[in-house]
Design a protein around this ligand. Structure first.
Ligand SMILES: *[C@@H]1O[C@H](CO)[C@@H](O)[C@H](O)[C@H]1NC(C)=O
Ligand SMILES: *[C@@H]1O[C@H](CO)[C@@H](O)[C@H](O)[C@H]1NC(C)=O
Ligand SMILES: *[C@@H]1O[C@H](CO)[C@@H](O)[C@H](O)[C@H]1NC(C)=O
Length: 306
């Protein structure tokens, strides 16, 4: 049986290129629902959505029973109401979720999640498929770690070990949570294709040494709307050829270290708006910054040194 399913998955992928599979009958996946959107090139874009009452108890309905499916986008949105959440009710993703189905984009929004929501390897079969993961407004809090020592003992850890092997992941968005600390071990080092990382609207006050050096392909980093007082050059690769946009607006930066942008030869856009900067020393901007097009300095400057 397993062999047959695998053969079917492989042949359907080979056959359909980048297209999603047609929606299964509604009764097969209820309370999920599915939408097929035609795209150019005669392909169909397949989205499955879980946003109805009690849908969180039937997460596995989009797998297996519906056959082997290729989903372009899987959305879980607002399924645990605030009342239940105060009661401590949070969601985790089931063990070996989506064992026979494949997903290109997974978005979880407005749904309280356990810091251990990835602990049971729910994405282990998506390692050649998942391109984008959004987990936004889901009360994730504290330190992000892929080698967390105290599993699930307190709520102040977000365990990312379930992101291991996602070598095709290009976008990771953890915005609108309560994350506090990002270190070099926050994420597994397998995310070699990651281009866009969004950590805006959190409570991040601590980005430690080498934190972003494990992402060789990173082009866009959004750390806006956090609590950063300092950001050091050594959190990024050096030299850094790929980083194009850096958004550190709406933080508490009062100084920019000398050479913060040195050897960032691809940098095009820096957003420094609305920090506590008093002045901008010319040593921060050295001659490496040949490509920069935009520096956004909206906010509370007193003096601009040239
Ligand atoms: C939520 O509260 C209700 C009523 O107080 C209780 O019966 C239920 O077990 C609680 N659920 C959780 C997950 O704590
Ligand atoms: C941060 O700044 C970048 C570049 O200026 C912009 O593209 C992005 O939308 C901004 N993010 C937020 C949350 O405003
Ligand atoms: C500068 O950044 C602020 C805050 O993120 C934003 O509101 C404004 O539109 C930006 N200005 C430009 C010219 O991008």
């Amino acid at each position: 049986m397993k062999v047959i399913i695998l053969v079917l998955v492989v042949s359907s992928i080979g056959h359909q290129g980048r297209a999603g599979t047609p929606c299964p009958p509604e009764k097969d996946i209820y309370p999920w629902f599915c939408i097929n959107t035609p795209t150019s090139h005669h392909y169909t874009f397949t989205t499955v959505i879980c946003n109805r009452h009690k849908c969180e108890r039937h997460l596995e309905n989009i797998d297996g029973r519906a056959g082997h499916m290729m989903y372009d986008r899987v959305i879980i949105s607002g399924v645990i109401k605030e009342k239940k959440m105060k009661n401590g009710s949070v969601l985790s993703l089931p063990h070996n979720w989506l064992w026979t189905s494949r997903v290109r984009e997974l978005e979880i929004r407005g749904t309280p999640l356990s810091g251990c929501f990835l602990c049971d390897s729910p994405l282990s079969e998506q390692k050649h498929y998942l391109n984008k993961l959004v987990v936004s407004n889901s009360v994730l809090s504290g330190t992000v770690c892929n080698n967390c020592k105290e599993r699930d003992v307190n709520n102040d850890i977000v365990d990312t070990s379930g992101l291991r092997h996602l070598r095709t992941l290009e976008t990771l968005d953890f915005s609108f949570n309560n994350l506090e600390k990002i270190t070099v071990t926050s994420f597994p080092s397998d995310l070699v294709s990651l281009k866009t990382m969004v950590l805006s609207h959190n409570l991040i006050s601590d980005v430690s040494s080498k934190a972003f050096t494990i992402f060789p392909a990173l082009t866009d980093l959004d750390l806006s709307h956090n609590q950063l007082k300092i950001l050091n050059r050594d959190v990024f690769l050096n030299p850094n050829r790929n980083l194009k946009t850096l958004n550190i607006s709406w933080n508490k930066l009062s100084v920019l270290p000398e050479g913060l942008f040195s050897q960032m030869v691809g940098l095009l856009e820096v957003n420094l708006a609305n920090n506590l900067l008093q002045f901008l020393p010319s040593t921060t901007w050295n001659h490496d910054l040949t490509a920069v097009r935009t520096i956004n300095l909206t906010g509370k400057f007193n003096v601009l040194h040239s």
